[in-house]
Write a protein that binds this ligand. Structure first.
Ligand code: HEM
Length: 167
């Protein structure tokens, strides 16, 4: 079954139609998606700025990550769940939205970057934990993360402008 056929099937399910036609539920889900951004992006950005060696430089990196990661992790979970519901409300429109596709590709790269960071340089955090400016590989991970989340937020906002830009 092609991705298009799958989205077509999803769009005809009663749940998708109910969410799409709901007076308030869709708005509540969208509001949760936008408000959770404050917690998710706010804490993720502060972690990345510490990894870049430009913020909280006198605080050990592991302490910053230890205190903020639970918040950004919980925020990411809420973003993914509310985002999946927003997708489910109009699967075909999202599938055909170029900004949505760019956002999903960037999201996959951002999650890969986090996974690689935790599997490689963060395992040796004891070697650079107190450094005000961490080693190059750590700063690259932090900088890439910052760029990818900024791109994801921008393409998320641009989704509403697909017709304006391309039709
Ligand atoms: C951390 C990850 C995510 C971030 C930072 C993010 C960010 C955003 C932002 C800033 C908007 C624009 C909201 C507005 O101004 O109206 C948005 C909209 C949207 N997001 Fe996400 N998002 C994330 C994950 C997801 C996921 C995983 C999905 C789907 C699987 C998704 C689906 C959507 C949809 C469908 C909209 C458009 C809603 C509408 O206007 O009708 N998002 N997102």
């Amino acid at each position: 079954m092609s991705l298009f056929r799958l989205c077509e099937w999803l769009a005809n399910t009663s749940g998708s139609i109910a969410l799409h036609e709901s007076r308030y539920v869709f708005l509540v889900v969208l509001t949760v998606h936008v408000l959770t951004l404050a917690v998710f992006a706010g804490t993720a950005v502060m972690i990345d700025l510490r990894l870049l060696g430009v913020a909280m430089m006198r605080v050990p990196a592991s302490e910053v990550i230890g205190r903020l990661l639970p918040w950004s992790g919980a925020g990411l979970l809420v973003m993914m769940t509310s985002g999946a519901l927003l997708f489910y409300a109009a699967p075909l429109a999202r599938y055909e939205n170029v900004f949505f596709r760019m956002k999903m590709a960037a999201l996959a790269l951002a999650l890969l970057n986090v996974w690689l960071f935790q599997r490689t340089v963060y395992r040796r955090v004891g070697e650079w934990d107190a450094d005000a400016v961490p080693p190059g590989a750590v700063r690259v991970a932090g900088g890439l993360s910052l760029l990818l989340w900024a791109f994801i937020i921008t393409t998320g906002r641009m989704m509403a402008y697909q017709d304006y830009w391309f039709n």
